[in-house]
Design a protein around this ligand. Structure first.
Ligand SMILES: NC(=O)c1ccc[n+]([C@@H]2O[C@H](COP(=O)([O-])OP(=O)(O)OC[C@H]3O[C@@H](n4cnc5c(N)ncnc54)[C@H](O)[C@@H]3O)[C@@H](O)[C@H]2O)c1
Length: 328
């Protein structure tokens, strides 16, 4: 990359890994900023940008999941600093030109080629410490990119191939990761799947599922990967009849019979339910209504068209996610 002074980014929990990278870089490390948090609050983005300026950094190294890569993107968006990403989850942000910044409780996203990491290093050894629960939900987050990519309005045959292969790789890798979290073969295949699914996310548009998760995560500060995990089976079931070819590919990738894909996704994590987050029932009901309102008010393109008339169905979809009710 031709860079000489890297600012190494991480979350507080991965400060050890960031310091390890900085130590190895020696004089080529300008410093460590270990304050990345989920959904990139604007205040954190400003602090990190200021730190990059103060230290005269000429690139950012993001070691971590989507939150840390997202912080690197927020710096790049303003300064054009190149980002080198070392992903340790399966979120896939490292392969996209999409950024997200949360300002006053609203998460705004956009696309800009400047934020796409210039270099990505996948090292399965760095992901073995990812807790099993988060590994599974993060893998489901990746599968969500591929699943929605398969019925995207602007889908194309190459992305379809990558999406199907990404789902297949993750569907095989995640049970292995769950059984043997420190086994590098499972971790390596999961990262391979994450790379494929992230590439799909970066190249074609997403639909209802991402719109709902984006709203739930950004506006209610719910954990990203877990939200994807509980909503995905419901969203796929909602869209199934309108996207038969995508369903065929998903079923083939998961190795399941016709119309069983949402159920299989559902059983990947034990009993996925929003309740797990100890969200008060009244707060969840409010979130469900507001998210449904946002989804129908300003919808993404979706294979099953969505408009104000579908408010009740979307609320029902979210309610089923909340309760952990199996689709169909
Ligand atoms: N722009 C995009 O294309 C895109 C794509 C996917 C996700 N995202 C964004 O990424 C964020 C979510 O990312 P995420 O799900 O990867 O979560 P995350 O980055 O917040 O990571 C979750 C937690 O796991 C820890 N962690 C990560 N890897 C670890 C490891 N190997 N060992 C131990 N702990 C580890 C992190 O430090 C953090 O505390 C959201 O803000 C989401 O909007 C953006």
């Amino acid at each position: 990359m031709g860079s000489k002074r890297a600012l190494v980014l991480s979350t507080p929990g991965q400060a050890g890994q960031a310091t390890m990278v900085a130590d190895r870089l020696g004089a080529r490390a300008a410093g460590v900023f270990a304050r990345a948090v989920m959904h990139v609050p604007i205040e954190t983005a400003r602090e990190a940008r200021e730190e990059a300026r103060r230290l005269d950094a000429d690139c950012a190294i993001a070691i971590g999941g989507g939150s840390t890569v997202g912080l690197g993107k927020a710096i790049a968006l303003e300064s054009g600093l190149p980002v080198l990403a070392v992903p340790t989850t399966y979120a896939g942000s490292e392969m996209t030109p999409i950024y997200g910044i949360t300002d006053a409780g609203l998460k705004k996203t956009g696309r800009d080629p400047r934020v796409l990491p210039r270099t990505v290093i996948y090292d399965p050894e760095l992901s073995v410490a990812l807790p099993v629960g988060l590994s599974v939900t993060s893998g489901m987050n990746a599968i969500a990119h591929a699943a929605e990519g398969l019925y995207a309005e602007d889908s194309n045959p190459i992305m379809d191939l990558m999406a199907e292969e990404g789902i297949r790789a993750l569907a095989q890798a995640l049970p292995l990761v769950r059984r043997q979290p420190r086994d590098l073969a499972g971790r390596s295949d999961a990262l391979y799947g994450a790379w494929l699914c992230g590439t799909v996310l970066g190249n074609v548009g997403m639909a209802l599922h991402h719109k709902l998760c984006h709203t739930l995560g950004g506006s209610f500060n719910l954990p990203h990967a877990e939200v994807h995990t509980v909503v995905l089976p419901q969203a796929i079931a909602f869209n199934a009849a309108a996207a038969p070819q995508a369903m065929q590919r998903i079923e083939r990738a998961l190795g399941v019979q016709r119309r069983q894909a949402p159920r299989r996704e559902c059983s990947t994590s034990r009993k996925p339910t929003v309740r797990r987050w100890h969200c008060a029932r009244s707060a969840c009901r409010r979130a469900t209504s507001t998210a449904a309102e946002i989804a129908v008010g300003n919808p993404y393109w979706n294979p099953r068209p969505i408009g104000p008339a579908h408010r009740a169905e979307i609320r029902e979809l979210l309610q089923r996610s909340f309760e952990g009710i199996r689709p169909y």
